[in-house]
Design a protein around this ligand. Structure first.
Ligand SMILES: Nc1ncnc2c1ncn2[C@@H]1O[C@H](COP(=O)(O)OP(=O)(O)OP(=O)(O)O)[C@@H](O)[C@H]1O
Ligand SMILES: O=P(O)(O)OC[C@H]1O[C@](O)(CO)[C@@H](O)[C@@H]1O
Ligand SMILES: [Mg+2]
Length: 538
Protein backbone atom coordinates (compact mmCIF):
# COMPACT_ATOMS: atom_id res chain seq x y z
CA UNK A 1 0.00 0.00 0.00
CA UNK A 2 2.84 2.30 0.93
CA UNK A 3 4.67 1.85 -2.37
CA UNK A 4 1.41 2.32 -4.21
CA UNK A 5 0.62 5.53 -2.41
CA UNK A 6 3.97 6.95 -3.33
CA UNK A 7 4.11 6.00 -6.96
CA UNK A 8 0.62 6.73 -8.21
CA UNK A 9 -0.26 10.37 -8.68
CA UNK A 10 -3.65 12.00 -8.84
CA UNK A 11 -4.95 12.74 -12.30
CA UNK A 12 -6.92 15.80 -11.24
CA UNK A 13 -4.87 18.92 -11.56
CA UNK A 14 -5.71 22.51 -10.71
CA UNK A 15 -7.35 24.35 -13.53
CA UNK A 16 -6.12 27.81 -14.37
CA UNK A 17 -9.30 29.32 -12.91
CA UNK A 18 -12.14 27.68 -11.09
CA UNK A 19 -15.63 28.40 -12.38
CA UNK A 20 -17.26 30.85 -10.01
CA UNK A 21 -20.85 30.49 -8.84
CA UNK A 22 -21.52 28.00 -11.60
CA UNK A 23 -23.52 25.50 -9.63
CA UNK A 24 -26.90 26.08 -11.21
CA UNK A 25 -26.82 22.92 -13.33
CA UNK A 26 -25.92 20.77 -10.34
CA UNK A 27 -28.65 22.33 -8.25
CA UNK A 28 -31.27 21.76 -10.91
CA UNK A 29 -30.28 18.11 -11.24
CA UNK A 30 -30.49 17.63 -7.53
CA UNK A 31 -33.92 19.23 -7.40
CA UNK A 32 -35.35 17.33 -10.30
CA UNK A 33 -34.18 13.95 -9.12
CA UNK A 34 -34.37 14.46 -5.38
CA UNK A 35 -31.16 12.45 -5.37
CA UNK A 36 -28.08 13.67 -3.64
CA UNK A 37 -25.01 14.13 -5.79
CA UNK A 38 -22.10 11.96 -4.82
CA UNK A 39 -20.16 14.69 -3.16
CA UNK A 40 -17.13 13.15 -4.75
CA UNK A 41 -17.20 15.32 -7.81
CA UNK A 42 -16.89 12.43 -10.23
CA UNK A 43 -19.86 10.25 -10.93
CA UNK A 44 -23.50 11.05 -10.86
CA UNK A 45 -26.31 8.53 -11.14
CA UNK A 46 -29.65 9.66 -12.48
CA UNK A 47 -32.85 8.00 -13.44
CA UNK A 48 -33.31 8.47 -17.19
CA UNK A 49 -36.69 8.96 -18.81
CA UNK A 50 -36.78 5.21 -19.55
CA UNK A 51 -36.54 4.49 -15.84
CA UNK A 52 -33.04 2.95 -16.04
CA UNK A 53 -30.03 4.40 -14.35
CA UNK A 54 -27.27 5.73 -16.47
CA UNK A 55 -23.91 7.04 -15.42
CA UNK A 56 -22.66 10.51 -15.98
CA UNK A 57 -19.04 11.36 -15.61
CA UNK A 58 -17.65 14.76 -14.92
CA UNK A 59 -14.72 16.04 -16.97
CA UNK A 60 -12.26 15.11 -14.24
CA UNK A 61 -12.91 11.39 -14.44
CA UNK A 62 -14.26 10.96 -17.94
CA UNK A 63 -11.61 8.35 -18.58
CA UNK A 64 -12.77 6.40 -15.55
CA UNK A 65 -16.54 6.16 -15.90
CA UNK A 66 -18.05 3.24 -14.09
CA UNK A 67 -20.68 1.07 -15.68
CA UNK A 68 -22.93 -0.26 -12.91
CA UNK A 69 -23.94 -3.24 -15.02
CA UNK A 70 -20.34 -4.45 -14.76
CA UNK A 71 -20.20 -7.02 -11.90
CA UNK A 72 -16.79 -5.64 -10.93
CA UNK A 73 -17.87 -2.00 -10.76
CA UNK A 74 -17.42 -1.82 -7.00
CA UNK A 75 -13.78 -2.89 -6.95
CA UNK A 76 -13.10 -0.67 -9.96
CA UNK A 77 -14.69 2.24 -8.15
CA UNK A 78 -12.59 1.57 -5.07
CA UNK A 79 -9.40 1.39 -7.11
CA UNK A 80 -10.27 4.64 -8.80
CA UNK A 81 -11.06 6.18 -5.42
CA UNK A 82 -7.74 5.04 -3.95
CA UNK A 83 -5.91 6.51 -6.92
CA UNK A 84 -7.74 9.83 -6.67
CA UNK A 85 -7.28 10.14 -2.91
CA UNK A 86 -3.65 9.13 -2.96
CA UNK A 87 -1.63 11.99 -1.50
CA UNK A 88 1.30 13.24 -3.58
CA UNK A 89 4.71 12.61 -2.04
CA UNK A 90 8.18 14.01 -2.55
CA UNK A 91 9.34 10.57 -3.72
CA UNK A 92 6.98 10.83 -6.73
CA UNK A 93 9.44 13.35 -8.15
CA UNK A 94 12.57 12.38 -6.21
CA UNK A 95 12.50 8.58 -5.98
CA UNK A 96 15.89 8.62 -4.23
CA UNK A 97 14.88 11.17 -1.59
CA UNK A 98 16.29 10.14 1.79
CA UNK A 99 14.17 9.81 4.87
CA UNK A 100 15.40 10.31 8.43
CA UNK A 101 14.09 9.32 11.85
CA UNK A 102 11.66 12.01 12.93
CA UNK A 103 12.94 14.82 15.12
CA UNK A 104 9.41 15.23 16.46
CA UNK A 105 9.10 13.66 19.86
CA UNK A 106 6.41 14.21 22.41
CA UNK A 107 8.12 12.87 25.48
CA UNK A 108 10.80 15.41 26.27
CA UNK A 109 12.96 15.22 29.39
CA UNK A 110 12.68 18.30 31.53
CA UNK A 111 16.12 19.70 32.27
CA UNK A 112 16.95 19.58 35.95
CA UNK A 113 20.61 20.35 36.33
CA UNK A 114 22.03 20.45 32.83
CA UNK A 115 21.88 23.36 30.44
CA UNK A 116 20.20 22.02 27.30
CA UNK A 117 21.10 24.80 24.89
CA UNK A 118 20.30 22.58 21.88
CA UNK A 119 16.82 21.70 23.13
CA UNK A 120 15.57 19.07 25.56
CA UNK A 121 16.75 15.50 25.01
CA UNK A 122 13.96 13.09 24.19
CA UNK A 123 12.95 9.62 25.27
CA UNK A 124 13.85 7.71 22.14
CA UNK A 125 12.04 4.58 23.25
CA UNK A 126 8.68 6.22 23.00
CA UNK A 127 6.89 7.67 20.04
CA UNK A 128 3.36 8.58 19.00
CA UNK A 129 3.57 8.18 15.26
CA UNK A 130 0.94 7.50 12.63
CA UNK A 131 1.53 4.60 10.27
CA UNK A 132 1.52 5.67 6.61
CA UNK A 133 -1.05 2.98 5.89
CA UNK A 134 -3.56 4.22 8.48
CA UNK A 135 -6.84 5.24 6.88
CA UNK A 136 -10.06 7.00 7.96
CA UNK A 137 -13.49 6.09 6.63
CA UNK A 138 -14.85 8.98 4.58
CA UNK A 139 -18.55 8.04 4.70
CA UNK A 140 -20.05 6.38 7.74
CA UNK A 141 -23.73 5.96 6.91
CA UNK A 142 -24.99 2.91 5.05
CA UNK A 143 -28.11 4.16 3.27
CA UNK A 144 -30.35 1.24 2.48
CA UNK A 145 -32.21 3.10 -0.23
CA UNK A 146 -31.53 6.05 -2.52
CA UNK A 147 -34.82 7.53 -1.32
CA UNK A 148 -33.55 7.71 2.27
CA UNK A 149 -33.27 11.38 3.31
CA UNK A 150 -29.86 12.78 2.49
CA UNK A 151 -28.75 9.55 0.80
CA UNK A 152 -25.42 9.83 -0.97
CA UNK A 153 -25.32 6.84 -3.25
CA UNK A 154 -22.78 5.63 -5.73
CA UNK A 155 -24.97 3.19 -7.61
CA UNK A 156 -28.76 2.89 -8.03
CA UNK A 157 -29.00 0.37 -5.20
CA UNK A 158 -27.04 2.51 -2.81
CA UNK A 159 -24.54 -0.28 -2.31
CA UNK A 160 -22.21 0.10 0.67
CA UNK A 161 -18.75 0.98 -0.61
CA UNK A 162 -15.90 1.68 1.79
CA UNK A 163 -14.02 4.84 0.94
CA UNK A 164 -10.80 5.35 2.84
CA UNK A 165 -8.72 8.50 3.12
CA UNK A 166 -5.27 9.06 4.61
CA UNK A 167 -4.98 9.61 8.36
CA UNK A 168 -3.11 12.75 9.38
CA UNK A 169 -0.40 12.97 12.02
CA UNK A 170 3.34 12.68 12.71
CA UNK A 171 5.27 10.00 10.85
CA UNK A 172 8.27 8.05 12.09
CA UNK A 173 10.32 9.00 9.02
CA UNK A 174 10.71 12.54 7.78
CA UNK A 175 11.97 13.84 4.43
CA UNK A 176 13.37 17.21 5.48
CA UNK A 177 16.28 17.97 7.81
CA UNK A 178 14.99 20.71 10.16
CA UNK A 179 18.21 22.72 9.81
CA UNK A 180 17.73 22.80 6.02
CA UNK A 181 14.11 23.97 6.18
CA UNK A 182 12.95 27.47 5.43
CA UNK A 183 9.23 27.43 6.16
CA UNK A 184 6.82 30.14 5.02
CA UNK A 185 3.22 30.77 6.00
CA UNK A 186 0.77 32.78 3.89
CA UNK A 187 -2.88 33.69 4.54
CA UNK A 188 -5.07 34.55 1.52
CA UNK A 189 -8.67 35.45 0.68
CA UNK A 190 -11.04 36.96 3.25
CA UNK A 191 -10.55 36.95 7.01
CA UNK A 192 -11.70 34.03 9.09
CA UNK A 193 -11.70 33.47 12.86
CA UNK A 194 -8.80 31.21 13.80
CA UNK A 195 -6.19 32.30 11.25
CA UNK A 196 -3.88 33.39 14.05
CA UNK A 197 -4.46 30.14 15.94
CA UNK A 198 -3.33 28.15 12.88
CA UNK A 199 -0.30 30.39 12.26
CA UNK A 200 0.68 30.02 15.90
CA UNK A 201 0.37 26.28 15.91
CA UNK A 202 2.33 25.84 12.67
CA UNK A 203 5.19 27.89 14.13
CA UNK A 204 5.14 26.06 17.46
CA UNK A 205 5.13 22.64 15.79
CA UNK A 206 7.88 23.58 13.33
CA UNK A 207 10.03 24.62 16.26
CA UNK A 208 9.43 21.30 17.98
CA UNK A 209 10.78 19.57 14.85
CA UNK A 210 13.80 21.85 15.17
CA UNK A 211 13.12 24.40 12.41
CA UNK A 212 14.66 27.79 13.10
CA UNK A 213 14.01 29.60 9.82
CA UNK A 214 10.27 30.42 9.76
CA UNK A 215 8.78 33.43 7.99
CA UNK A 216 5.37 34.93 7.33
CA UNK A 217 4.55 36.22 3.83
CA UNK A 218 2.64 39.48 4.27
CA UNK A 219 -0.76 40.13 2.68
CA UNK A 220 -1.42 36.87 0.89
CA UNK A 221 0.19 35.80 -2.39
CA UNK A 222 0.79 39.51 -3.06
CA UNK A 223 3.60 39.34 -0.47
CA UNK A 224 5.61 37.19 -2.90
CA UNK A 225 5.79 39.96 -5.49
CA UNK A 226 5.37 43.38 -3.86
CA UNK A 227 8.88 44.67 -3.27
CA UNK A 228 7.78 46.86 -0.36
CA UNK A 229 6.48 43.89 1.64
CA UNK A 230 9.16 42.25 3.76
CA UNK A 231 9.01 38.70 5.15
CA UNK A 232 8.10 38.54 8.81
CA UNK A 233 10.41 36.34 10.92
CA UNK A 234 8.30 34.07 13.11
CA UNK A 235 9.08 32.22 16.31
CA UNK A 236 7.21 30.85 19.30
CA UNK A 237 7.93 34.13 21.06
CA UNK A 238 6.42 36.21 18.22
CA UNK A 239 3.25 34.13 17.91
CA UNK A 240 2.73 33.32 21.58
CA UNK A 241 -0.40 35.47 22.07
CA UNK A 242 -1.62 36.13 18.55
CA UNK A 243 -4.61 33.78 18.88
CA UNK A 244 -6.08 36.13 21.45
CA UNK A 245 -7.22 38.44 18.68
CA UNK A 246 -9.04 37.98 15.38
CA UNK A 247 -7.70 38.77 11.90
CA UNK A 248 -4.37 37.58 10.57
CA UNK A 249 -0.99 38.59 11.98
CA UNK A 250 0.28 38.38 8.40
CA UNK A 251 -2.56 40.22 6.67
CA UNK A 252 -4.64 38.85 3.79
CA UNK A 253 -5.39 39.84 0.20
CA UNK A 254 -7.13 38.76 -2.97
CA UNK A 255 -5.49 38.68 -6.42
CA UNK A 256 -1.70 38.83 -6.70
CA UNK A 257 1.16 37.47 -8.82
CA UNK A 258 1.13 34.53 -11.22
CA UNK A 259 1.95 31.05 -9.95
CA UNK A 260 5.20 31.12 -11.91
CA UNK A 261 6.24 34.38 -10.19
CA UNK A 262 5.32 32.96 -6.79
CA UNK A 263 7.48 29.88 -7.34
CA UNK A 264 10.38 31.99 -8.66
CA UNK A 265 10.12 34.12 -5.53
CA UNK A 266 10.12 30.98 -3.37
CA UNK A 267 13.24 29.76 -5.18
CA UNK A 268 15.00 33.09 -4.61
CA UNK A 269 14.10 33.07 -0.93
CA UNK A 270 15.01 29.39 -0.47
CA UNK A 271 11.57 28.43 0.81
CA UNK A 272 11.12 24.65 0.83
CA UNK A 273 8.00 24.36 3.01
CA UNK A 274 4.95 26.47 2.27
CA UNK A 275 1.85 26.53 4.44
CA UNK A 276 -1.10 28.10 2.69
CA UNK A 277 -4.18 29.16 4.64
CA UNK A 278 -7.18 29.99 2.47
CA UNK A 279 -10.35 28.93 0.71
CA UNK A 280 -11.08 27.41 -2.70
CA UNK A 281 -9.13 30.02 -4.65
CA UNK A 282 -6.11 29.89 -2.36
CA UNK A 283 -6.06 26.09 -2.58
CA UNK A 284 -6.27 26.18 -6.38
CA UNK A 285 -3.23 28.45 -6.15
CA UNK A 286 -1.48 26.13 -3.67
CA UNK A 287 -2.01 23.14 -5.94
CA UNK A 288 -0.71 25.07 -8.93
CA UNK A 289 2.37 26.08 -6.87
CA UNK A 290 2.88 22.41 -5.96
CA UNK A 291 2.62 21.41 -9.65
CA UNK A 292 5.03 24.16 -10.70
CA UNK A 293 7.55 23.10 -8.02
CA UNK A 294 7.40 19.55 -9.36
CA UNK A 295 7.86 20.79 -12.90
CA UNK A 296 10.95 22.71 -11.81
CA UNK A 297 12.15 19.71 -9.80
CA UNK A 298 12.15 21.66 -6.54
CA UNK A 299 12.05 19.62 -3.32
CA UNK A 300 9.28 21.68 -1.76
CA UNK A 301 6.30 20.70 0.41
CA UNK A 302 3.14 22.76 -0.16
CA UNK A 303 0.44 22.12 2.43
CA UNK A 304 -2.93 23.85 2.69
CA UNK A 305 -5.14 24.54 5.69
CA UNK A 306 -8.72 25.19 4.51
CA UNK A 307 -9.99 28.53 5.79
CA UNK A 308 -13.49 29.72 5.05
CA UNK A 309 -16.34 30.83 7.23
CA UNK A 310 -18.60 29.78 4.34
CA UNK A 311 -17.73 26.12 5.11
CA UNK A 312 -17.75 25.47 1.37
CA UNK A 313 -14.83 23.04 1.11
CA UNK A 314 -15.81 19.51 0.08
CA UNK A 315 -15.60 16.33 2.14
CA UNK A 316 -14.73 17.68 5.58
CA UNK A 317 -16.97 17.93 8.63
CA UNK A 318 -16.41 21.68 8.75
CA UNK A 319 -13.76 24.31 8.16
CA UNK A 320 -12.24 26.34 10.98
CA UNK A 321 -13.91 29.66 11.76
CA UNK A 322 -17.34 28.43 10.71
CA UNK A 323 -18.48 27.62 14.26
CA UNK A 324 -17.34 31.01 15.50
CA UNK A 325 -19.08 32.79 12.62
CA UNK A 326 -22.33 30.97 13.43
CA UNK A 327 -21.96 31.88 17.08
CA UNK A 328 -21.32 35.53 16.27
CA UNK A 329 -24.29 35.60 13.87
CA UNK A 330 -26.52 34.74 16.84
CA UNK A 331 -26.05 38.26 18.13
CA UNK A 332 -27.34 39.78 14.89
CA UNK A 333 -30.28 37.40 14.68
CA UNK A 334 -31.18 38.00 18.29
CA UNK A 335 -31.08 41.77 17.74
CA UNK A 336 -33.32 41.37 14.69
CA UNK A 337 -35.70 39.27 16.76
CA UNK A 338 -35.80 41.77 19.64
CA UNK A 339 -36.37 44.67 17.23
CA UNK A 340 -39.08 42.81 15.33
CA UNK A 341 -40.74 41.43 18.44
CA UNK A 342 -40.81 44.84 20.15
CA UNK A 343 -42.21 46.70 17.15
CA UNK A 344 -45.79 46.76 15.94
CA UNK A 345 -45.74 44.36 12.98
CA UNK A 346 -41.96 44.16 13.13
CA UNK A 347 -39.95 42.34 10.49
CA UNK A 348 -36.23 41.78 10.98
CA UNK A 349 -34.03 40.89 8.01
CA UNK A 350 -30.48 39.60 8.62
CA UNK A 351 -28.02 39.01 5.78
CA UNK A 352 -25.17 36.63 6.49
CA UNK A 353 -22.12 35.68 4.42
CA UNK A 354 -22.23 32.68 2.14
CA UNK A 355 -21.30 33.39 -1.42
CA UNK A 356 -22.43 30.12 -2.94
CA UNK A 357 -23.31 28.04 0.10
CA UNK A 358 -25.92 28.64 2.77
CA UNK A 359 -24.24 26.84 5.66
CA UNK A 360 -23.86 29.95 7.85
CA UNK A 361 -27.48 31.02 7.31
CA UNK A 362 -28.80 27.49 7.86
CA UNK A 363 -26.79 26.74 11.01
CA UNK A 364 -27.35 30.21 12.44
CA UNK A 365 -31.10 29.86 11.92
CA UNK A 366 -31.05 26.45 13.54
CA UNK A 367 -28.97 27.64 16.48
CA UNK A 368 -31.04 30.74 17.17
CA UNK A 369 -34.51 29.24 16.97
CA UNK A 370 -35.68 32.80 16.26
CA UNK A 371 -35.79 32.65 12.47
CA UNK A 372 -39.05 32.24 10.56
CA UNK A 373 -37.63 32.23 7.05
CA UNK A 374 -34.16 31.04 6.05
CA UNK A 375 -33.11 31.67 2.46
CA UNK A 376 -30.01 30.06 0.97
CA UNK A 377 -28.38 30.01 -2.49
CA UNK A 378 -29.06 26.30 -2.96
CA UNK A 379 -32.84 26.63 -2.69
CA UNK A 380 -34.62 28.85 -5.24
CA UNK A 381 -37.44 31.05 -4.01
CA UNK A 382 -39.89 33.69 -5.20
CA UNK A 383 -40.47 36.92 -3.36
CA UNK A 384 -43.82 37.67 -5.00
CA UNK A 385 -46.79 35.52 -5.91
CA UNK A 386 -49.15 33.28 -3.90
CA UNK A 387 -46.27 31.09 -2.66
CA UNK A 388 -43.69 33.87 -2.35
CA UNK A 389 -41.77 35.00 0.72
CA UNK A 390 -43.82 38.21 1.01
CA UNK A 391 -47.13 36.36 1.15
CA UNK A 392 -45.72 34.21 3.96
CA UNK A 393 -44.50 37.32 5.81
CA UNK A 394 -48.07 38.66 5.67
CA UNK A 395 -49.28 35.36 7.17
CA UNK A 396 -46.65 35.59 9.93
CA UNK A 397 -47.57 39.19 10.76
CA UNK A 398 -51.24 38.22 10.91
CA UNK A 399 -50.69 35.13 13.04
CA UNK A 400 -47.76 35.99 15.31
CA UNK A 401 -47.26 39.73 14.93
CA UNK A 402 -43.59 39.69 13.92
CA UNK A 403 -41.09 37.80 11.78
CA UNK A 404 -37.36 37.27 11.26
CA UNK A 405 -35.78 36.49 7.88
CA UNK A 406 -32.22 35.18 7.64
CA UNK A 407 -30.77 35.34 4.14
CA UNK A 408 -27.39 34.19 2.79
CA UNK A 409 -25.68 36.76 0.58
CA UNK A 410 -25.62 34.41 -2.42
CA UNK A 411 -29.34 33.55 -2.20
CA UNK A 412 -31.86 34.75 -4.79
CA UNK A 413 -29.28 36.22 -7.15
CA UNK A 414 -31.87 35.90 -9.92
CA UNK A 415 -33.91 38.52 -8.07
CA UNK A 416 -31.24 41.21 -7.93
CA UNK A 417 -29.50 43.17 -10.61
CA UNK A 418 -26.19 41.67 -11.73
CA UNK A 419 -23.19 43.81 -10.85
CA UNK A 420 -21.09 42.45 -13.74
CA UNK A 421 -18.10 43.07 -11.48
CA UNK A 422 -15.46 40.73 -10.13
CA UNK A 423 -13.00 41.18 -7.27
CA UNK A 424 -9.21 40.99 -7.62
CA UNK A 425 -9.36 37.17 -7.45
CA UNK A 426 -12.06 36.87 -10.12
CA UNK A 427 -14.93 36.19 -7.70
CA UNK A 428 -18.25 37.61 -8.89
CA UNK A 429 -19.38 40.62 -6.84
CA UNK A 430 -22.92 39.71 -5.80
CA UNK A 431 -26.01 41.90 -5.89
CA UNK A 432 -27.38 42.80 -2.44
CA UNK A 433 -30.24 40.41 -1.75
CA UNK A 434 -30.67 41.73 1.80
CA UNK A 435 -31.41 45.27 0.66
CA UNK A 436 -33.69 43.89 -2.06
CA UNK A 437 -35.75 41.92 0.47
CA UNK A 438 -35.96 44.94 2.77
CA UNK A 439 -37.16 47.20 -0.07
CA UNK A 440 -39.63 44.71 -1.53
CA UNK A 441 -41.07 43.95 1.92
CA UNK A 442 -41.68 47.63 2.66
CA UNK A 443 -43.27 48.11 -0.76
CA UNK A 444 -45.46 45.03 -0.46
CA UNK A 445 -46.89 45.92 2.95
CA UNK A 446 -47.53 49.49 1.82
CA UNK A 447 -49.39 48.19 -1.22
CA UNK A 448 -51.60 45.83 0.77
CA UNK A 449 -52.25 48.54 3.36
CA UNK A 450 -50.83 46.69 6.37
CA UNK A 451 -48.32 48.61 8.48
CA UNK A 452 -44.95 46.88 8.82
CA UNK A 453 -41.79 48.04 10.58
CA UNK A 454 -38.87 46.54 8.62
CA UNK A 455 -35.37 46.55 10.15
CA UNK A 456 -32.37 45.37 8.16
CA UNK A 457 -29.19 44.11 9.86
CA UNK A 458 -26.03 43.32 7.87
CA UNK A 459 -23.36 41.98 10.26
CA UNK A 460 -21.22 40.77 7.33
CA UNK A 461 -17.69 41.54 8.55
CA UNK A 462 -18.53 41.28 12.26
CA UNK A 463 -18.94 37.52 12.05
CA UNK A 464 -15.50 36.91 10.59
CA UNK A 465 -13.30 39.55 12.23
CA UNK A 466 -13.65 38.07 15.71
CA UNK A 467 -11.28 35.64 17.44
CA UNK A 468 -11.97 31.93 17.30
CA UNK A 469 -14.22 30.34 19.90
CA UNK A 470 -13.05 27.35 21.94
CA UNK A 471 -14.17 24.67 19.50
CA UNK A 472 -12.55 26.45 16.54
CA UNK A 473 -9.46 27.07 18.66
CA UNK A 474 -9.04 23.32 19.11
CA UNK A 475 -9.73 22.61 15.43
CA UNK A 476 -7.15 25.22 14.37
CA UNK A 477 -4.59 23.76 16.74
CA UNK A 478 -4.95 20.24 15.39
CA UNK A 479 -5.04 21.35 11.75
CA UNK A 480 -1.94 23.52 12.20
CA UNK A 481 -0.01 20.69 13.82
CA UNK A 482 -1.07 18.20 11.15
CA UNK A 483 -0.08 20.57 8.36
CA UNK A 484 3.49 20.52 9.71
CA UNK A 485 3.47 16.74 10.20
CA UNK A 486 2.30 16.32 6.57
CA UNK A 487 5.07 18.55 5.21
CA UNK A 488 7.80 16.78 7.21
CA UNK A 489 6.42 13.40 6.12
CA UNK A 490 7.18 14.51 2.55
CA UNK A 491 3.64 15.10 1.34
CA UNK A 492 2.85 18.06 -0.91
CA UNK A 493 -0.20 19.30 -2.77
CA UNK A 494 -2.29 18.19 0.20
CA UNK A 495 -4.63 19.86 2.63
CA UNK A 496 -5.69 18.94 6.14
CA UNK A 497 -9.23 18.34 7.30
CA UNK A 498 -11.51 16.80 9.87
CA UNK A 499 -13.54 13.87 8.66
CA UNK A 500 -16.03 12.08 10.90
CA UNK A 501 -14.17 13.61 13.87
CA UNK A 502 -10.81 12.19 12.71
CA UNK A 503 -8.04 14.20 11.08
CA UNK A 504 -7.02 13.43 7.52
CA UNK A 505 -4.97 14.52 4.52
CA UNK A 506 -6.71 15.09 1.19
CA UNK A 507 -5.15 15.73 -2.21
CA UNK A 508 -6.10 19.37 -2.91
CA UNK A 509 -8.00 18.87 -6.21
CA UNK A 510 -10.53 16.56 -4.52
CA UNK A 511 -11.72 19.20 -2.05
CA UNK A 512 -11.97 22.16 -4.42
CA UNK A 513 -13.48 20.70 -7.59
CA UNK A 514 -16.54 22.83 -6.78
CA UNK A 515 -17.78 24.67 -3.68
CA UNK A 516 -19.50 22.48 -1.12
CA UNK A 517 -23.20 23.28 -0.85
CA UNK A 518 -26.11 22.62 1.45
CA UNK A 519 -27.95 19.60 0.08
CA UNK A 520 -31.67 20.52 0.04
CA UNK A 521 -32.35 16.81 0.51
CA UNK A 522 -30.17 16.59 3.62
CA UNK A 523 -31.48 15.99 7.10
CA UNK A 524 -29.88 19.26 8.24
CA UNK A 525 -31.85 21.37 5.77
CA UNK A 526 -34.99 19.39 6.67
CA UNK A 527 -34.28 20.15 10.34
CA UNK A 528 -33.91 23.82 9.52
CA UNK A 529 -37.28 23.79 7.72
CA UNK A 530 -38.84 22.03 10.72
CA UNK A 531 -37.43 24.68 13.01
CA UNK A 532 -38.52 27.71 10.95
CA UNK A 533 -41.79 26.18 9.81
CA UNK A 534 -41.39 27.85 6.42
CA UNK A 535 -43.10 26.50 3.32
CA UNK A 536 -41.62 26.19 -0.19
CA UNK A 537 -41.43 29.59 -1.80
CA UNK A 538 -41.87 28.37 -5.39
N1 LIG B 1 -7.58 29.11 -9.89
C1 LIG B 1 -6.62 29.76 -9.26
N2 LIG B 1 -5.32 29.50 -9.53
C2 LIG B 1 -4.32 30.16 -8.87
N3 LIG B 1 -4.53 31.09 -7.91
C3 LIG B 1 -5.82 31.38 -7.60
C4 LIG B 1 -6.92 30.74 -8.25
N4 LIG B 1 -8.05 31.25 -7.74
C5 LIG B 1 -7.68 32.15 -6.82
N5 LIG B 1 -6.35 32.24 -6.73
C6 LIG B 1 -5.58 33.10 -5.82
O1 LIG B 1 -5.86 32.69 -4.48
C7 LIG B 1 -5.98 33.83 -3.63
C8 LIG B 1 -7.24 33.78 -2.85
O2 LIG B 1 -8.37 33.53 -3.69
P1 LIG B 1 -9.82 34.07 -3.32
O3 LIG B 1 -9.78 35.55 -3.20
O4 LIG B 1 -10.77 33.48 -4.26
O5 LIG B 1 -10.05 33.57 -1.84
P2 LIG B 1 -10.33 32.13 -1.26
O6 LIG B 1 -9.06 31.43 -1.02
O7 LIG B 1 -11.31 31.41 -2.11
O8 LIG B 1 -10.92 32.48 0.15
P3 LIG B 1 -12.40 33.05 0.50
O9 LIG B 1 -13.13 31.88 1.07
O10 LIG B 1 -12.16 34.11 1.47
O11 LIG B 1 -13.01 33.54 -0.78
C9 LIG B 1 -5.86 35.05 -4.52
O12 LIG B 1 -4.59 35.61 -4.30
C10 LIG B 1 -6.05 34.53 -5.92
O13 LIG B 1 -5.28 35.25 -6.85
O1 LIG C 1 -15.41 41.50 1.08
P1 LIG C 1 -14.41 40.43 0.92
O2 LIG C 1 -13.24 40.54 1.82
O3 LIG C 1 -14.01 40.22 -0.50
O4 LIG C 1 -15.08 39.05 1.39
C1 LIG C 1 -16.39 38.68 1.14
C2 LIG C 1 -16.51 37.20 0.93
O5 LIG C 1 -15.76 36.45 1.83
C3 LIG C 1 -16.45 35.28 2.18
O6 LIG C 1 -16.76 35.31 3.53
C4 LIG C 1 -15.59 34.08 1.96
O7 LIG C 1 -14.51 34.14 2.85
C5 LIG C 1 -17.71 35.26 1.33
O8 LIG C 1 -18.82 34.73 1.97
C6 LIG C 1 -17.88 36.71 1.03
O9 LIG C 1 -18.57 36.91 -0.17
MG1 LIG D 1 -13.27 31.58 -2.50
Amino acid sequence: METLSHTITTSASAKPRLPRNDNVHRRLLRFRHGFSSLNLGTLRSQRSSSGFFKVECSQQSSKNCIDFTDPDWKSKFQQDFERRFNIPHITDTFPDAHSFPSTFCLRMRTPVTEDFAEGYPSDEEWHGYINNNDRVLLKVIHYSSPTSAGAECIDPNCTWVEQWVHRAGPREKIYFKPEEVKAAIVTCGGLCPGLNDVIRQIVVTLEIYGVKNIVGIPFGYRGFSDKGLAEMPLSRKVVQNIHLSGGSLLGVSRGGPSVSDIVSSMEERGINMLFVLGGNGTHAGANAIHDECRKRKLKVAVVGVPKTIDNDILLMDKTFGFDTAVEEAQRAINSAYIEAHSAYHGIGVVKLMGRSSGFIAMQSSLASGQVDICLIPEVPFNLHGPHGVLRHLKYLIETKGSAVVCVAEGAGQNLVEKTNATDASGNIVLGDIGVRIQQETKKYFKEIGIPADVKYIDPTYMIRACRANASDGILCTVLGQNAVHGAFAGYSGITVGICNTHYVYFPIPEVISHPREVDPNSRMWHRCLTSTGQPDFI
